[in-house]
Design a binder for this molecule. Structure first.
Ligand code: GBH
Length: 488
């Protein structure tokens, strides 16, 4: 490190928000208690046990349904300004529909929200972090355009019951992971694997669902409740492998496929899907014998309805790669990968986490934020997730290194005038890492999943984050040891 000491001491602004993130299915447990309905992860983990790396499930998870007071105590220990968590749709609306509201769920979230406010911690609430009510999935889920109405109804319930105290709403977490992983492949529930088809139908229905919830908030709640409402995307950091024209094009197509297909309809001036990627899919579809593009178009009316429906840009940023052009394979079976048609490289020297997809690319956060600034005219940005995976154990130096690099990169972005307002680490504590179960750990706090009490213990990174928040400075020399005691 001594070779690249920052020129001057740099600090995060006083009003910069530091937080941590979690998601309902990954932490809550209590999968069938107090009237909760079944969701797609309950269904997958119970009926396809082998789909999860360690054959586990989220039935109990970190048991935050019973441990939320300890969770808030940990937030106070860290000294965060904000806690991003998600609501379980099927806990609040067990049928999926708004015909019946489960009082126990309202009580649970009220208790959590009130406890946060007692200590001046801002609740940042995600309405949907991947746990769709199973019945709605059987009706097509994000493959059915009616999802927009179902989601609006659910969102209205949340705004009505919690909006007097929640002033920061995120409609949907990571459209790409929902659509590509859930509908276009088997990486996430519902593992539909309608490759080259499902992800694109979902891409349109999901963003219209988001827009409906946004309009509901801005028409009927915003004036009295005074909060903000937006959406969060996963945006990795990509750079071209070479300076060739082909690789520059490859990078643009990669960006359009990975995130702009979801974010352009909301943030671009023109609205609708990004042009070049749409044209590629349309052309390939014809070559593959489809009578129309596999990517459904936005009508002019839909473009207008969706454009501008976010008060900020939420970014989940983890990994990065180098992108280069490949000659298209023209697979008989259509796929997103074939439609994008690029290949990815990860240099040997980039540190690797225990997640196959997660490496530490130098300066990756600033590269990502710069791209968003340039594409969308410097929107207000929140990092809503950023984190690193390890195995069990309290000494998580690789996470500390990753996070410090991310914070330096965020400071670079602030220096460059990027409108970055906050940073939320993924995750407060270890949790159910989807198809990886409990085999990959993302927590600042370790959770003992063998212990019925699900005891939480701070890792080294928790102390380091706490120090960053209190000093607003990245201190590369601070080295808390195993004797360190966490206090509020
Ligand atoms: C976040 O997604 C989620 O919001 C959160 O719930 C999750 O726990 C956290 O990350 C950690 O995974 O290289 O083809 O295997 C991060 C998005 C998901 C993007 C996995 C990359 C791997 C694609 N990432 N994905 S692949």
């Amino acid at each position: 490190y001594s070779t690249c000491v920052p020129k001057q001491r740099r600090t995060f602004p006083e009003d910069f928000i530091f937080g941590v993130s979690t998601a309902s299915y990954q932490i809550e447990g209590a999968w069938n208690l107090d009237g909760k309905g079944e969701n797609i992860w309950d269904y997958l983990t119970h009926n396809h046990v082998e789909a999860i790396a360690d054959l586990s499930n989220g039935d109990i998870a970190a048991d935050s349904y019973h441990n939320y007071l300890r969770d808030v105590e940990m937030l106070r220990e860290l000294g965060v300004n904000a806690y991003r968590f998600s609501l379980s749709w099927s806990r609040i609306l067990p049928t999926g529909f708004a015909n019946y509201i489960n009082k126990a769920a309202i009580d649970y979230y009220n208790n959590l929200i009130n406890e946060l406010l007692k200590y001046n911690i801002k609740p940042v609430v995600t309405l949907y972090h991947w746990d769709l009510p199973q019945k709605l999935q059987e009706l097509g889920g994000f493959g059915n355009p009616l999802i927009a109405d179902w989601f609006e109804d659910y969102a209205r319930v949340a705004f009505q019951y919690f909006g007097d105290r929640v002033k920061f709403w995120i409609t949907i977490n990571e459209p790409k992971e929902i659509c590509l992983d859930g509908y276009g492949s088997t990486a996430k529930a519902p593992m539909l694997n309608a490759s080259g088809i499902g992800e694109y139908i979902c891409a349109k229905n999901l963003i219209i669902a988001h827009a409906k919830a946004y309009h509901a908030y801005s028409n009927d709640f915003k004036a009295t409740q005074g909060g903000v409402c937006g959406i969060t995307f996963s945006v990795s950091s990509a750079q071209p492998l070479t300076s060739s024209e082909e690789d520059a094009i490859a990078l643009e197509i990669h960006n359009q496929g990975e995130w702009a297909i979801y974010s352009d309809p909301i943030y671009s001036k023109e609205g609708g899907f990004p042009k070049e990627f749409s044209e590629r899919i349309a052309l390939k579809s014809l070559q593959q014998g489809y009578p129309r593009s596999r990517l459904p178009a936005y009508t002019e009316e839909e473009k207008d309805f969706v454009r501008g429906t976010s008060d900020f840009f939420g970014v989940n940023h983890y990994s990065g790669s180098l992108v280069s052009a490949v000659t298209s394979n023209n697979f008989v079976v259509p796929s997103f990968n074939d439609d994008v048609g690029v290949s990815y490289y990860t240099p040997e020297e980039w540190p690797r986490s225990v997640s196959s997809w997660l490496t530490q690319m130098p300066n990756s956060l600033n590269i990502t934020l710069t791209r968003l600034r340039d594409r969308y005219d410097n929107p207000e940005i929140y990092i809503t997730e950023n984190g690193w995976s390890t195995y069990q154990g309290l000494n998580d130096d690789t996470r500390v290194n990753y996070m410090r690099a991310a914070w330096e990169s965020a400071l670079d972005a602030l220096d460059a005038g990027i409108n970055l307002k906050g940073y939320m680490a993924w995750s407060l504590m270890d949790n159910f890492e989807w198809r990886e179960g409990y085999s990959e750990r993302f927590g600042l706090y370790e959770v003992d999943f063998e212990d019925p009490a699900r005891t939480r213990t701070p890792r080294k990174s928790a102390f380091v984050y706490k120090q960053l928040i209190s000093t607003r400075e990245v201190d590369h020399d601070y080295d808390p040891d195993s004797q360190s005691v966490m206090t509020i």
